[in-house]
Design a protein. Structure first.
Length: 428
């Protein structure tokens, strides 16, 4: 393989392709707000100096809903509030006998609306982007039947006290037998956060994700949690955003190939179900390496968080995941610290391995990640600890000569974990 050509293309990927990836995945992640907007005949707010949000709530059978609970929930800073023991509810009220309500406009720039009635509810993510404070408008909200989620959770250390669903006020205390239940949850995609007591100290960890459709129950949703690990993604929510991305922003899964180098390698990613999945849902990536190109390559990876934001992985001990498939893959960590060295574009810390044929738990210690010996960073003596302070991307690349031109490499992936880190290390 011509390393110089690959390096050049990967550099182009960083400055051109990533922006395209961001836009494409944003389409996948676009939230469809389940509400309509009607101009109020009698003035829905106190325009032109709007300080309140006005609306009316209807059931799925189009009846006004009285005494429905309206909660304004923190959005961008939801996980920050959780980690700091603050309430995620910015304000709340209830609807009148005819389903109407008014509530103070939050000072926060990004907020969600959670509406709960006896048998139905909705959660509207980032409703702040839909709200127009320059118009005298009343918003109409239509509820949907609740979903239910329940199961058991096992903690590797400490005692799990409660579970929370990201972006919402939904909360479940743990039963003595370590079972939990959210009997009434609005449809949506949630990262599940555990609250763990370790010798009287409360900490939080990511323990899973879930996709809930209205009126559908997800039972036996069994989880594990650890305060010393960060579950990057378990793919249960079936969106191309990691569990962490749902909490801190960004976190896109992306693909890129050698097409800008006139190559015709391809890569396709999709979600698969049992029995092919490790459990529940898993991610499948199929790489096809152009047989007519010298040094064909294709990449699948994820942003740790927001695009172009640096994250400190100094405490990371290893990356682990469940994997199966065929061919040889190389794991790489993109560090801004290493990339910005003159003449060192995309000479990254890396580790290559053969993909096992059957589901196997693989752990890659950071000590096994090495720089190529022919790059400037290696010659200058750069270490993982230096690179780890400015990390942005983790990716899996299939290329020749690790594989042959014309090969098809299949990679099945599940439960991607940063080991040795705490959740708060990723919160900016």
């Amino acid at each position: 393989m011509r390393k110089g050509r690959v390096i050049k293309m990967l550099k182009q990927m960083n400055i051109k392709i990533i922006k395209q990836i961001f836009l494409l995945i944003t389409i996948f992640l676009a939230v469809i707000i389940n509400c309509t907007i009607n101009v109020a005949n009698n003035g829905g707010t106190d325009y032109p100096n709007t300080k309140t949000l006005a609306g009316v709530v209807y059931s799925s059978s189009n009846e006004p809903v009285s005494n429905a609970k309206i909660r304004i929930v923190e959005s961008n800073d939801w996980i920050f509030n959780i980690l700091n023991g603050k309430s995620v509810i910015l304000d709340s009220t209830v609807t009148s006998e005819i389903g109407t309500f008014k509530i103070k406009k939050p000072n926060s720039k990004h907020w969600n609306i959670q509406i709960d009635a006896a048998n139905e509810g909705i959660l509207l993510n980032d409703f702040s982007s839909q709200y127009d404070s320059t118009k005298d408008t009343s918003y109409t909200f239509t509820l949907k039947p609740y979903s239910k989620i329940s199961g058991n959770i096992l903690a590797e250390n400490g005692i799990v006290k409660a579970l929370m669903l990201s972006g919402s006020a939904y909360f479940s205390s743990l039963n003595p037998n370590n079972s939990y239940s959210f009997p009434k949850v609005a449809e949506g995609i949630y990262t599940i956060i555990s609250q763990i007591d370790i010798f009287g100290n409360i900490t939080n960890s990511v323990c899973g994700s879930v996709k809930l459709a209205n009126g559908i129950s997800v039972l036996e949703n069994n989880l594990t949690t650890s305060v010393s690990n960060v579950l990057i993604d378990d793919f249960s929510s079936e969106v191309f955003t990691t569990n962490i991305g749902k909490l801190i922003g960004g976190g896109w899964w992306y693909t890129v190939n050698d097409s800008l180098e006139n190559g015709k390698s391809t890569i396709n990613i999709s979600f698969i179900s049992e029995p092919d999945a490790y459990k529940g849902k898993s991610l499948k990536a199929t790489y096809y390496l152009d047989p007519n190109k010298i040094g064909p390559w294709a990449i699948m990876g994820f942003f740790i968080g927001k695009d172009s934001t640096n994250y400190d992985l100094s405490e990371l001990k290893s990356l682990s995941f469940w994997i199966k498939g065929n061919g040889t893959i190389e794991l790489r960590f993109y560090s801004k610290e290493i990339e910005q060295i003159n003449g060192n574009s995309y000479q990254l810390f890396r580790y290559s391995f053969a993909i096992p044929n059957n589901w196997t738990h693989v752990t890659i210690p950071v000590d096994s990640l090495k720089l190529p010996t022919n790059c400037n960073a290696y010659r200058l003596g750069y270490t993982w600890q230096q690179a780890a302070k400015l990390m942005q991307i983790v990716y899996f690349i299939a290329y020749s000569p690790l594989n042959n031109a014309g090969d098809t490499v299949n990679l099945y992936l599940d439960d991607v974990v940063f080991e040795g880190m705490k959740l708060e290390n990723l919160i900016k």
